[in-house]
Ligand binder design. Structure first.
Ligand code: NAD
Ligand code: 6OD
Length: 487
């Protein structure tokens, strides 16, 4: 089955104070379909001026209409945004696929339903949580009073555009904040549609604002340094996080960071290999490996190393790479030419470092256009190879054998990153023991990317600052005052 491929050019405008607007200087840039290299439409290129308009609108809305809406009303509006996303699921999945190169089927099954659920979850959560309260003998009672942080800048990456934007926007709105959003320049479409949805759901003008553009010296930089933005929620690369932190320093903004990962996938010999292979195919190559949680460093206990490599390579060869709009496609196109060239350069590094490419490493035969790369499996690399150390963020994994538990823990932690890890074993004691020693914010045992939105989510070391999920999200998007009443 083929999904509708004819695309009406979609020209993405900024959304400021409830209106779609061009840039003051009318500047635009082209949005390219990574699977065909055709132009999908134009995108308004914002900068300081547009960000400033957006911040002023957000500030007015914060102290005006949004403040007057009760918690229950706000929860209903947030729920309605989720409902409207589901009503437009097919359209949004198609736009996400065209923009990112990811399979339409994946966007429809995962990205868009999860985007809706982010709103549904926080709509329920925000009205069911309490606040800290303590009675101190007969002397006093203390309680924490929660208020919004203020105007929040939300700066987004391109890999799961709507899923990740809504993961931040839903709790931001739940706590009564207003937002100035900058989507990634390569994937502007679903964020633009979300603005229509917010308006239709009853979000007052100025509460959500969207400014398209690039990073430094553009909309991203303008958000980071704007003196009237109170907090920044950022998802992206650690280097960008550093740049934002420097720009945000002068106005001492509150920061929440979800950054990159080079996540270990540790497979002990006693694990259920059928289950391991099935899940490891997903954790390696889903979304073309462009998921920060992908287990790109696979460590396999020596007794099952050869069998694992052979079965994993066979299963990988079964994956269908190609047209993202084709229903059967498992692996689509990488997001852009720049990213494609970068990912391919790691295959060259692997070859130069003496690695063996078991499958992949090249453009699929018969596909002449688009940024397609076959899923790639590499063995034989030293731990110092850049392929083993750096985040590749593409369909490329390395496999390394290990003999001892201590050895694999040391290798897993031998990285600046600390986002996620997966451990495969049927020995419960070993699972706990190893999990407690792995330096990562999210550790899965015998599964991968199984999410419960109440749990703490985020990375340690260079993989992030702070946690999101449930109360952790609400904490970031609120300021607490402790109030003490003498009895
Ligand atoms: P990126 O850091 O290059 O860009 C992210 C956003 O920041 C974009 O909107 C970009 O325009 C903007 N930006 C760039 N420079 C800026 C600057 N100096 N000031 C302000 N804004 C700036 O990241 P990317 O390439 O879009 O995304 C891939 C990265 O994101 C990977 O490292 C991946 O692991 C990470 N990521 C992490 C998570 C997580 O949950 N931890 C989720 C998704 C992606
Ligand atoms: O599931 C989530 O909440 C989340 N933030 C996933 C991030 C995936 C990174 O690419």
């Amino acid at each position: 089955m083929q999904v509708e491929t004819k695309v009406k050019a979609m020209n993405c405008l900024h959304f400021i104070n409830g209106q779609f607007v061009q840039s003051q200087n009318k500047k635009t840039f082209e949005n390219i379909n990574p699977a065909t290299e055709e132009v999908l439409g134009t995108v308004a290129e914002g900068g300081k001026e547009e960000v400033d308009f957006a911040v002023r609108a957000a500030r007015r809305a914060l102290d005006g209409p949004w403040k007057k809406i009760t918690l229950t009303e706000r929860s209903k509006i947030i729920r309605r945004i989720g409902d409207l996303i589901l009503e437009r699921q097919e359209e949004l999945a198609r736009l996400e696929s065209l923009d990112t190169g990811k399979p339409f089927a994946l966007a429809k099954k995962i990205d868009i339903p999860r985007a809706a659920y982010n709103f549904h979850f926080f709509a329920d959560y925000m009205i069911s949580v309490g606040t800290d309260a303590y009675q101190q003998d007969d002397q006093a009672i203390h309680y924490a009073y929660r208020r919004p942080v203020g105007v929040v800048g939300i700066i987004k990456p391109w890999n799961l555009p709507l899923l990740l934007l809504t993961w931040k926007l839903a709790p931001c709105l739940a706590m009564g904040n207003t937002a100035v959003i900058k989507p990634a320049e390569w994937t502007p479409m679903t964020a633009t549609v979300l603005m229509e949805i917010c308006k239709e759901a009853g979000v007052p003008d100025g509460v959500v604002n969207l400014v398209h553009g690039f990073g430094p010296n553009s909309a991203g930089g303008a958000i980071s340094e704007h003196p009237d933005i109170d907090a920044i929620s950022f998802i992206g690369e650690p280097g960008t996080g550093t740049a934002i932190m420097k720009s945000a320093a002068d106005s001492l903004k509150k920061l929440s960071y979800e950054l990159g990962g080079k996540n270990p996938n540790i497979i002990f010999a006693d694990s259920d290999l059928d289950d391991v292979i099935e899940t490891t195919i997903r954790s390696s190559f889903i979304n073309q490996g462009e998921v920060c949680l992908c287990g790109s460093r696979i460590y396999v206990e020596r007794p099952i190393f050869d069998e694992f490599v052979q079965r994993f390579v066979e299963a990988t060869k079964e994956l269908k790479v190609g047209d993202p709009l084709e229903k059967e496609t498992n692996v689509g196109a990488l997001v852009s030419k720049e990213h494609y060239d970068r990912v391919k350069s790691y295959v060259e590094i692997a070859k130069n470092d003496g690695g063996t490419i078991h499958t992949g490493g090249k453009r699929p035969v018969g596909i002449e256009k688009g940024y397609f790369l076959e899923p790639t499996i590499i063995t034989g690399l030293d731990r110092n190879s850049r392929c083993v150390r750096e985040e590749i963020f593409g369909p490329v994994v390395t496999i390394t054998p290990f003999d001892m538990e201590e050895e694999v823990i040391m290798q897993a932690n031998d990285t600046h990153y600390g986002l996620s890890a997966t451990i495969w074993t049927t020995d419960l004691k070993k699972a706990h023991r190893v999990a407690h020693q792995i330096e990562a914010g999210i550790i899965w045992v015998n599964t991968w990317f199984l999410r419960d939105l109440r749990t703490p989510f985020g990375g340690m070391k260079h993989s992030g600052i702070g946690r999101t999920g449930g109360m952790h999200s609400l904490d970031f998007y609120s300021e607490l005052s402790n109030i003490t009443i003498k009895l």
